[in-house]
Design a protein around this ligand. Structure first.
Ligand code: AHG
Ligand code: MN
Ligand code: MN
Length: 334
């Protein structure tokens, strides 16, 4: 007779992303199938980028390209490769009429004017970690366009605000590669099985613990932080919380999502409006945080309610377990 362990070993590998999307069609707004296909396009691009990331050390893909992006930051080769790969997958799919990428100043028109959606993304998050073999990611958000189909996308399609997101997620290229997303009906995570070339549901209905004991912040910026932030960080130390800061937002966010914790990137002297980008870093992670029972704010209001006036706008960013965010707010109100 088979033992429990043997039975476990013989279990099916699980639900593929494709089957999940099919069986949750109702959770994909407007049910035309377009959004489902778009998520498949993103998964395909993620597989391709995953392959590039995995062989980065071999294929002369590490290091700087010698160019700067719109934010004046040095572009790494993989920043540009991921930007190209995601751009192509989204263009080829046909559902996406326009793209905003961290790596490009202006809106990218895909030529699919009949596509009903626009996508904003950070193709490669955590660039400084590429060359040192530390986890990196991709962050994306999807909006239904407000401009009519048939014409090129407009700026207004991207400036709808956080509450208008129809789906958002990230890919973490870590010890394993995971795709985590929401369509506004909870958060689910899928792990990539290399040999089968498929994402499988591995983290169903993710819920972030209400409280945590991990804080993630670049404390090297301590002297630039406002006093309430210093007070909160001091509180974390007094509580003997663990400091965990990867420097890849996706990695820090993912850990805190699973274990409970708080991520803080406050305003600094160098970045008085914060460093992180509202549209394609903070909105999507805030959407995920709220859907997982956590929270995200800019120190004053929920991130999803922060009005957006420019596609590369920056913001201070605090996200994670609700009780920890309440404590920061308490320090700020003193
Ligand atoms: P990106 O690589 O897309 O520019 O993002 C880097 C971001 C984020 O991933 C990370 O949490 C943060 O910048 C790290 O900034 P510091 O090095 O200033 O701590
Ligand atoms: Mn980033
Ligand atoms: Mn980036």
């Amino acid at each position: 007779m088979a033992t429990n362990e043997e039975e476990k070993l013989a279990l099916p590998v699980g639900v593929t992303l494709d089957r999940f999307i099919k069986s949750h069609q109702a959770a994909f707004s407007f049910a035309t199938g377009e959004l489902s296909q778009l998520l498949r396009d993103i998964a395909l691009a993620a597989k391709i980028v995953n392959r590039e990331v995995n062989r980065a050390g071999l294929g002369d893909l590490t290091g700087a390209l010698g160019t700067a992006n719109v934010q004046g930051e040095n572009q790494q080769k993989l920043d540009v490769i991921a930007h190209i790969r995601f751009g192509r997958a989204l263009r080829n799919g046909g559902e996406v009429a326009g793209i905003v990428s961290e790596e490009e100043e202006n809106i990218i028109e895909t030529g699919n004017n009949d596509g009903g959606y626009v996508v904003a993304l950070d193709p490669l998050d955590g660039s400084s970690n590429i060359d040192v073999n530390v986890s990196i990611g991709t962050i994306f958000t999807i909006f239904r366009r407000v401009s009519p189909k048939g014409v090129p996308v407009q700026m207004a399609d991207f400036l709808q605000g956080g509450r208008a997101q129809v789906a958002a997620g990230y890919v973490l290229y870590g010890t394993s590669t995971v795709l985590v997303f929401t369509t506004g009906h909870g958060v689910n995570g899928f792990t990539y099985e290399h040999s089968l070339g498929e994402f499988f549901l591995s983290h169903p209905r993710l819920v972030i613990p209400q409280d945590g004991q991990i804080y993630s912040c670049n404390e090297g910026n301590w002297h630039d932080f406002a006093e309430p932030i210093q007070q909160y960080l001091d509180y974390c130390r007094q509580q003997r919380y663990s400091a965990r800061y990867i420097g890849s937002l996706v990695g820090d966010f993912h850990r805190n999502l699973l274990k409970g914790g708080i991520y803080l990137y406050p305003a600094t002297a160098k970045a008085p409006h914060g460093k992180l980008r509202l549209l394609y870093e903070c909105y999507p992670l805030a959407f995920l945080a709220e859907q997982a029972g956590g929270a995200a704010n800019n120190g004053l209001v929920p991130i999803l309610d922060v009005p957006i006036t420019a596609i590369h706008q920056r913001t201070p960013f605090f996200t994670g377990s609700v009780h920890m965010l309440n404590k920061v707010a308490h320090c700020e109100s003193q």
